[in-house]
Design a protein around this ligand. Structure first.
Ligand code: ADP
Ligand code: MG
Length: 325
């Protein structure tokens, strides 16, 4: 049996829309709706979906940067849903976050060697000398040298800064790394290098990644399992091969049809979706995808489909679509 690291049960997160004037009715952005999923120890679970579908919010919900209105969040079997910041302290070290560009969070006046070991100041009692030693080890793990350690963030390229972001995250031996579009800002040639660092470190330290990306080509390279979000809902989730080779949700089919495939015989028909993504403030009744779905029928406009097992019994595959009986 695989060990569950994170469990989400029916998690929802909404944001109050600031109102102008004296309107009484409160409006909410429904960023994440009734999401249930597991993240297993040592795996990479990726979440894909277009901008604004709630991926980053889901990441922030998992590490409790945001509180939820509904649902339950468990980390290592412990219910942390209602934990306040003080109660979260013992968990902080164990869940680290990597952002798209760590530049904003790196103090420009600190040397790289001090930046990579900075989290150890808070989370360990290492001496200055021990921290320095650890900093050099960390730089080596992400493919940087000791001379890089003497430099400052502005002297680094985007790819090198992301290596620093990764080194900082792993410095405190976390179980979970939430990586929010960590390579989206990098050149394609650099992306592959950084993916390899992620994979290498995962193998060495049995890390678990919650990998957020809108890029399905990248997700295919790094994931064990993949979840697809649309308008705050998890519409499909399963083993990577099931999602990529046998997508069941019409939205997943459309997303996949847009990625170029190398082999000519695997060429897919590009599915062009009509219309825009509806506003997460005024969500459509029924299925969130019903306003754009090429396969929509009456029931879809009335009833929200729930995630159902559609697997072959061997590997995980779930989809929320009325077409799947
Ligand atoms: P993604 O990461 O998939 O692009 P987000 O999780 O950032 O999506 O956002 C989901 C929705 O929630 C969007 O409509 C976004 O505008 C809204 N949203 C995110 N954070 C906030 C916030 N702090 N306050 C208000 N609305 C927010
Ligand atoms: Mg985001």
């Amino acid at each position: 049996m695989r060990e569950v690291l994170v469990q989400l049960n029916g998690v929802s997160k909404k944001f109050l829309v600031p109102q102008k004037g004296f309107k009484k009715e409160k409006k909410y952005v429904h960023a994440v709706n009734n999401v249930s999923l597991e993240i297993f120890k040592g795996e990479t679970l990726s979440i894909v979906g277009e901008s604004g579908c709630g991926k980053s919010t889901l990441g922030r919900v998992i590490n409790k940067i945001l509180d939820v209105e509904e649902g339950i969040i468990k980390f290592k079997g412990i219910d942390i849903t209602k934990h306040n910041p003080r109660e979260m302290l013992p968990f902080r070290k164990d869940m680290q976050v990597i952002f798209q560009d760590p530049y904003g969070s790196l103090n420009p006046r600190m040397k790289i060697k001090n930046l990579v070991s900075e989290p150890l100041l808070v989370h360990s009692e290492l001496s200055v000398k021990e921290r320095e030693k650890k900093a050099l080890e960390l730089l080596d793990m992400v493919g940087l040298s000791s001379s890089h350690g003497e430099r400052f963030p502005h002297e680094f390229s985007g790819g090198q800064r992301q290596r620093v972001g990764i080194a900082r995250a792993i410095s405190v031996n976390p179980s979970l790394i939430i990586a929010d579009e960590p390579i989206s800002a990098l050149d394609v040639s650099i992306q592959a290098q950084v993916i390899n660092i992620f994979k290498d470190l995962q193998e060495r330290f049995n890390l678990t990644y919650f990998f957020i990306s809108h890029d399905l080509s990248v997700v295919e390279l790094i994931s064990d399992r993949v979840g697809v979000m649309y308008l705050g809902n998890l519409v499909e989730i399963g083993d990577k091969k099931n999602i990529y080779n046998n997508p069941k949700h019409p939205y997943t089919e459309a997303l996949l049809s847009a990625i170029p495939v190398a082999e000519a015989n695997k060429k897919r028909e590009r599915i062009i979706l009509k219309g825009d993504i509806p506003s997460p403030i005024d969500r459509p009744a029924g299925c969130p995808f019903s306003t754009r779905c090429p396969k929509v029928f009456d029931l879809c406009k009335e009833k929200m489909p729930i995630l159902k097992d559609c697997s072959d019994g061997k590997s995980e595959h779930k989809v929320a679509c009325h077409l799947i009986k």
